[in-house]
Design a protein around this ligand. Structure first.
Ligand code: ARG
Length: 604
């Protein structure tokens, strides 16, 4: 057998290289890809065509020579030349079983640690005193999945939430609170503040902020007040600073609960405020070096480049009133982050509509020499849309809050699960096929389960298409047990778990895998693709490649299970073989779901 580690594809490539070499051919084209027509083989090599061109030889002859060599290997059942010089490869049962065994014995079913870069991830980005909204949901869901995918490849990831805790919104809130509670001791001559005795909580803040913002929009005087409060806060006003700290604490506590509920992990809970002290020095330095220049009363950095289709507007570093801006803060954050030893990349998982902002900030950072070799990447995402195809709004027309969305999905999940338990739901034909009562949830865990299924469904739907595309938020569809959904894949896991439990009860244990049946072969081939899919998802920062994959694998299992009985197989050897295949499939599915941030329920 070929080399003992590597992906299945790499093992086959290795054999192809040997064959090319022994035919005296260069190895560039010695690569196998998934077969485009599975009825002709499991994999194919298309290398002979390019080679034929460059060597001015008939590609079919080249393919035939390579195929003759490959036929000697025990790794292939058949090697056939087709068309103008395709080599179709049918893998032997021995090779398939050998690789499947390797996956089963490996801690993470064959995922290899291929890289060890330090990667900073900027996602979440909630704003203090404002509830998380639908845009933050996407950032959290995509960011967390990207974090898990990069970490499993061996990268050291550092996730930072980058709180919006500075700027005008804070001034608006402070001014509003001063109007409502003028007697608060933080507004007194010798300011103080007792966090435990505050007259407002997170819920109040969430109402206060939109009210304050609306008042400022409507009334220039209120806006002035807010601006003044902002300037005073940023100037270090002791009472305002206390109040700001208190608001920040309340807000972060509430957001941490949201992160926990979503199973999202942050290494750092830093915010815009944490880099404000760097700004004056940074601005002075940029001015001195002539990178920042005065233009129409503002201080700007020119970021236009020769190849631009239309000239990029300059980054505004400071307006005439000197107040810090979103861009200035992001630039200073890069200065702070670049101090992290051996940092290779910063990945920003932020709304695609901020693409121009990031392009300006990245160019300015490079021009200023802040980043050296650190790669700056904006992994943008599209909007979550309502049924009208426009950005999702609440029924009242406001911005949908995170909790509205999650609750809609959780309620739907509870309804579906309850219906299945009551036997009134035939929505999923799968539900009855091959499952015993042990897969059903009891009353006690129905609530927990509804959360697990509802949130899993939202995440799966969110990660189903490439991140830059928008998607439609439709709880009814995303919580379905049929089709390309989270619950479908979760349910496949529950079914396999139930088979494993029954096998244990009947004293059946895992045996040598003997892939003979087409559905068995297809299942193992699909399991074998997992490490490659993870690698590609990491390279493209594209969790959607994994949602596609786990859905396909769940389908492959479904076919396998309907054609190849496990517990009722004819012989003990076959029982043991199929049990091993089912176990491998479950582990791959669970690992795939984990990388998407989705948990596997015990029962459904
Ligand atoms: N707080 C911002 C928002 O709500 C997102 C922050 C994204 N990260 C960054 N470094 N700018 O739109």
């Amino acid at each position: 057998m070929p080399n003992p580690s590597g992906t299945l594809n790499e093992r086959v490539d290795c054999l192809l290289r040997e064959a090319f070499l022994s035919c005296g051919l260069p190895v560039e084209g010695a690569r196998a890809v998934r077969a485009t027509r599975p009825e002709l083989g499991d994999m194919q090599c298309n290398g002979a065509m390019a080679l034929g061109k460059s060597l001015r030889r008939n590609p079919r002859d080249l393919a035939a020579a390579v195929a003759a060599k490959l036929q000697e290997s025990a790794a292939f059942d058949s090697v056939e030349v087709a068309g103008v010089g395709f080599i179709n490869l049918r893998l032997s049962a021995a090779l398939l079983a050998d690789y499947a065994r390797y996956q089963l014995d490996s801690e993470r079913v064959g995922i290899e640690r291929v890289a060890t870069q330090v990667v900073m991830l900027d996602f979440g980005g909630p704003n203090v005193a404002k509830p998380l909204h639908v845009g933050h949901l996407r950032s959290l869901v995509i960011g967390e999945s990207v974090r898990r995918i990069l970490a499993c490849q061996g990268h050291r990831t550092i996730s930072d939430v980058h709180l919006g805790d500075w700027g005008l919104q804070m001034g608006m809130l402070i001014a509003e609170i001063r109007r409502l509670f003028p007697a608060l001791p933080c507004f007194g001559a010798s300011p103080s503040l007792d966090q435990a005795a505050l007259p407002f909580d997170m819920q109040d803040l969430q109402q206060l902020y939109p009210r304050a913002a609306a008042a400022c929009q409507a009334d220039p005087e209120r806006m002035n007040e807010a601006r003044e409060a902002t300037a005073q806060l940023q100037g270090g006003h002791p009472g305002y600073t206390m109040l700001w700290q208190a608001i920040r604490t309340i807000s972060i506590d509430a957001q941490k609960r949201d992160f926990d509920a979503l199973d999202v992990h942050f290494d750092l809970l830093l915010g815009e405020s944490d880099v404000q002290s760097l700004i004056p020095g940074m601005v002075a330095d940029l001015r001195e070096r002539g990178i920042a220049v005065e233009s129409e009363g503002a201080l700007v950095i020119d970021v236009a480049e020769a190849g631009d289709a239309s000239p990029l507007p300059p980054l505004i570093l400071a307006k005439s009133d000197g107040a810090a801006l979103y861009s200035t803060t992001d630039l200073a954050t890069i200065v702070a982050r670049a101090r992290e030893p051996s940092l290779a990349k910063i990945v920003y998982v932020v709304d695609q509509r901020q693409a121009l902002h990031f392009e300006q900030v990245f160019r300015a950072a490079r021009r200023a020499g802040f980043v050296g070799n650190i790669e700056l990447i904006h992994a943008g995402f599209g909007t979550v849309n309502g049924p009208d195809g426009k950005p999702y709004k609440t029924r009242q027309g406001g911005v949908a809050q995170l909790s509205d969305l999650l609750n809609a999905a959780i309620d739907k999940a509870r309804e579906r699960l309850a219906a299945i338990r009551a036997g009134t739901k035939t929505d999923a034909a799968e539900i009855d096929a091959g499952t015993g009562p042990e897969t059903l949830a009891t009353d006690a865990d129905l609530d927990k389960l509804a959360r697990q299924v509802g949130i899993g469904a939202v995440k799966f739907a969110d990660l189903s298409s490439f991140r830059t595309l928008g998607y439609m938020f439709n709880p009814d569809r995303m919580v379905s047990f049929e089709g390309r959904t989270g619950p479908y894949v979760q349910y496949a896991c529950v079914r396999i778990q139930s088979i494993l439990t029954r096998a244990r009860d009947q004293g059946i244990s895992i045996g040598t895998m003997l892939p003979e049946h087409a559905a068995e072969r297809a299942l193992l081939l699909e399991c074998a693709r997992f490490p490659e899919v993870v690698k590609s998802a990491a390279a493209n920062l594209a969790p959607n490649e994994l949602t596609d994959y786990v859905f396909g694998l769940a389908q492959a299992f479904s076919r396998f299970y309907s054609e190849c009985p496990v517990l009722a197989a004819d012989t003990a050897a076959l029982q043991g073989s199929r049990l091993a295949m089912s176990t491998l499939c479950l582990r791959v599915l669970a690992q795939g779901l984990y990388l998407l941030g989705i948990s596997v329920p015990d029962r459904m």
